[in-house]
Each structure stands twice: as C-alpha cells, then as structure tokens.
Design a protein around this ligand. Sequence first.
Ligand code: ARG
Length: 563
Amino acid sequence: MATNQAVTSALQAVLPDLSTAEIEAKIEAPKDSKMGDLAFPTFTLAKVLRKAPQQIAADLVEKMDQSAFEKVVATGPYINFFLNKQSMTAETLKAVLAAGQNYGQNDDGHGQTITLDMSSPNIAKPMSMGHLRSTVIGNALANLAAKNGYQPVKINHLGDWGTQFGKLIYAYKTWGSEAEVKADPIATLLKYYVEFHDKAKEDPSLDDEGRAWFKKLEDGDPEAQKLWAWFREESLKEFTEIYDRLGITFDSFNGEAFYNDKMDKVVNMLEDKDLLQESQGAQIVDLSSINENLTPAMIKRTDGATLYMTRDLAAAIYRKDTYNFAKSLYVVGGEQREHFVQLKAVLSLLGLDWADDVEHISFGLITFNGKKMSTRKGDVVLLKDVLDDAHELALSQINDKNPGLANKDQVAEEVGAGAVVFHDLMNDRTNNFDFKLDEVVRFEGDTGPYVQYTNARAQSILRKANVAVDENGIALDDPQTWDIVTALSNYPATVERAFSNREPSVIAKYALTLARAFNKYYANSKILADDENLNGRLALVKAVSTTLTNALAILGVQAPEEM
Ligand code: ARG
C-alpha cells in the first residue's frame, strides 16, 4: 500500500461507492518510476462496474479532476499518477504551517461524545503494567477522538468495591497503623492484605471477620465507610502521582462503588424482561440465545451480593443516560474478552439498541524483562520504579550528549516517561511484547526519544536560522525532500485511520517514518545554505517539527525543544 492524500481524494471523487480505506488499500507504487509516482489498478472494479478494466481506467481519468497532478494517464488496467511535486510541496507545507497544532484535525465526529473506560486500577493494590497500557492507550484514543471531531469523556472505573475491603478494614483495625498507611499507602495496604491471607490460613475465622466488615460497609456503617473512603483517597493520591507524571487527566473517577445505588434499576430491568434465572442459588442471565457457547452472566451471588458484571451493566446504562455517547469504549486487557462479550449480550437482550456501540478495546500482555508482572509478594515491578529508572537512563544520555542543557531534570523526565509511553503505543495494540528499559530509552532506533531527538534537532536548525518562515513564498524543488512531503501530506489520513482502527500504533509508526525521512535528509543536505531555496527548506523543517510534535501530543508524549 502506498498512500497519498491527493491521489486518494481525486479517486474518491470519481468512485463515491468506495471508502477511503478501500481506495488507499489499492493504491500502489509502480515498479518502474517512469510509469508514474503512484498507480491505481482497476481489475477489481470490473465485476461491479460491468466494464473492461481498461475502459474503467480510461473513463475515470476522463472524469477526474487532474489539477493537483502533472499528469494522469490510463495505461491498460492502471491509472498512473504523475504528481506535480513542486506545487504539492508548496501546498502541503503551507497547509501544515497554516494549521499548526491543528493540522490533521477533522470534523468526522460532529461533536458527538465518546466515552472511554480507561486505566481503572484497583484500590489498595499497585497499578499494574496492564493498567498502564489501559491508561496510555485510552489517553491516545481520547486524543484521537478529539482530533476526529468527537468529544471524549475519560472515565476511570476504579476497582473500589468488593469483599477485599472487608478484609482490609479488619486487618487495619486489628494490626494496622495510620502513620504507616499515610507514609506509603498502597504498599502498606497491600502488606495488610497479604498478612490477612497468611493469618487466615492458620485461623479461618478471620474470613468471617472480613465478610462481616464488608457487610457493614455495604450497609453503610459509618466507621467502615470512613475507612473505605480513606483507603480510596490515599490510593488515589498515589495513582495520581503516576497520572501526573504521564500528563494524563480524567473526566470522572466514578468507580465500581459509585454504582451501588444504581444496581436495583438494572435488576428490575432484567426482571421486567424476564431475563433473570436462578442457578444454584445465584441469579444469572442465560446468553445461549445470543451465542450458544457463551457462559451465563452472573448478576447476583448466592448471598445476594452484586458482582463486577452487575456494576458494569449499571455503569453502561448510566453512561448512556448521562453522556448519550455515540460509542462507549472499554480499554481493558484481552483476558476480560468474555466479560465484555457477555456485557454486550445482556445489553442487547435488554433491548437497548445502543448495545452495538459498546466496544471492548482489548490489548496484549506486557512482560517486563521477560517476567510477568504480578502483585504477589516480592515479585512486584512498580510503575513508579519503571518511570524513575527511565528518568535516570534519559538523564545519563543527556549528560553524555548535551551536558550544558538547561532544566536537564525536566527534560529527562519528559524523555524517560515519553520513552515508556511511546514504546507501549508503538506496538500493535493486541500484540504481547517484552519491555526492556535500556532498549526503550535510547536516542536511536525505533524509540520515542529518537522521535523527540529528531524534533529537537529540527528546532535547533530553526533557532540557528533565526529568520521567520514565509508560508506563502515556498519554492522547493528537491527530490530529496519528496519522502518527507509525502509523509506530511498523509498525516490527516493517518489520523483518521488510527482512530477508525482504534490503533494508536498507527501514529507512533507514522512518527518514526517521518523522523527517519527527516534524518536522512538532514544527513545529506545543507539545510542552512544561503540560496533561493532556504525559505522552502526552513518551511519543511518547521512543518516536520510541527507534525512530529502533533503526533507525539496524540500519544501523550512531550516534545522538548532541546535535549
Ligand atoms: N478494575 C478492573 C481490573 O483491574 C478493570 C476495570 C475495567 N473496566 C470495566 N468497566 N470493567 O481488572
């Protein structure tokens, strides 16, 4: 596949029945460049249009607006495009510079709302690498939604309810200390929880104590409520440190507990539709009418307690009522696939026509230096440590390359965190991958710092030139810049594709491609030479920096001007 905005638009106008993606998929680069810069084969259209491919090619060329091209020729079953490089260069660069940070913005969404369930860690437990993935993928998708004209709503569906809180309350009351929790909330609460389980192995009556405290919590006992709220707040403070370091904010922290008083409504709806069945004392919804292989959804346990599923049903309905979303995205690891299939199945059995707008955005597992990250004692890789290590690695490279840099510490943070985030987003969302910090925080190779460094290099050229770029007088005719211009002109289509595929990696890969093209050019030309093309070259440099910054911003990665 070889894409080009001008070719796609020209074809789109004469082939209204094909989607942009279908057209893009067919465009290719001719083997011999004498045949043209890009080609579009017409074989596959013959059946639908009931004409010979040669005839189709000739007819389409006849009808097409050719003003953007040097020429367009029908050669047998191909349409060959010869791009008018000089005018395309001028137009593309002007478009980027005029739009600035809004380059690539479109209005596909017409302001409709998209909710994103993202991050959603569990209170009193360390945030896992999986939650990190959910956080950064969710954030990038929210940014992409906004770039595509939607209004994103980022919801942190905190895991803040469940029997474990009864155990924690008991543990805290029996052997905990306020000062200890305050000093290191999550680690301390986790320690209590682990200790509870160790002790309960010796003395099973502890489980009853835990259950009793959870019951109190559910019944609104003030002491239980107060402790729960405090654990939640302390945990959230710690999560917020990580969110702040990543520059990620949320529109809502309504977690599982928020739906406590919204469960009856769901249960009533299910009863009204006669969907609830009893099975071994529990209340379930049979889903075999939707798919015979689907396990029933558990709505209430034997003891009457509601479940994760019940809360998600209440949350889905609440979100539709509150935000009237066009799409409701759940950025959650692949291990919960079945849960979301069940969720959608129950929503559609309830006759809610928006059930199809619910999408599980699944992702693969990360291993850390070959190890799975786990919350078991002694085997925890803490995100905070990952970010600290990334910061240190970035700092040591800055000290090597640019020891005199001002605000080194802040830049090291932007590079370290940026490296971790970029690496996460560079991989296809559903792939599993291993994370080795020293490969991720490098200024060369397929890394975030490489893209950041390229942008800083472009910024430094502009500083050295120290003249304003004239957007209207761009004259540049240099075959060496062609790859860069093509990439720049493809950015708006890339922003669309990344969002329609729900795939931030499309943007990360794009940024790498653009950075590589620019570095190749940089190595082979005298950008600052004082000749009649200087303004054009500076416009190119500025457009590259603008677009790299723009792409990094979508990913949630900073673009320091110097590093
Ligand atoms: N807290 C859950 C977990 O850590 C993730 C919640 C995902 N969101 C949802 N609406 N179920 O596994």
